[in-house]
Design a protein. Sequence first.
Length: 202
Amino acid sequence: MVRRLRAGAKNETRRLVPAVRASVLDDLAESITRIEVVPGGVVIHARLGQATETHVPCRVPAVAGEVVEVGEPIRRVPGDEATDYLGAYVADGVIFGAWRHPRTGKQWRVPALAGRYMPRELCRLRLRVGSVTVERLGDIDDAAAVREGAYCVDGDWTLDGDEFGMSPRHAYFGFWRKLHGEPNLRAWVFVIGGLTPEEVTT
């Protein structure tokens, strides 16, 4: 996914709305006319006899116009005479230095770190957010799945070269299943779209 973000082949991503806040959306679902994402929460515009606005405070992954940092998976690789272990980005194998935390200098004891645990000092990709909306997970269509990074290989579709499907949408759900388990099509998700590279370093 990081490689496709860097190449501009993925410009949209989805994140689950926290369950406790999603229940409010479920309660108002039949009356919702618009959902607005604002710093610190969402504003639900609904018609319950008359137009109403309900502010639901929650942590939002981003807001339009914001520049966000992309965490990448990193791993340990054999070192040299001066360093026992070096660290590398999983996406392309580029070495970033010793297998140590850049602030504390302490060597990591694990052989790899997921992107969400990568220190900010190692960030080499920042994206500007074009829009943030809320919808059901099941609302994704083929065009949106392509924006999520789906691509075709010999007639089948995939997002990671591992899980394949007969369409971009099927491939997306296969990828979701690998990360989050069986997809709940009625789950509410933030759709973070219009992602454009703001800063890319190698």
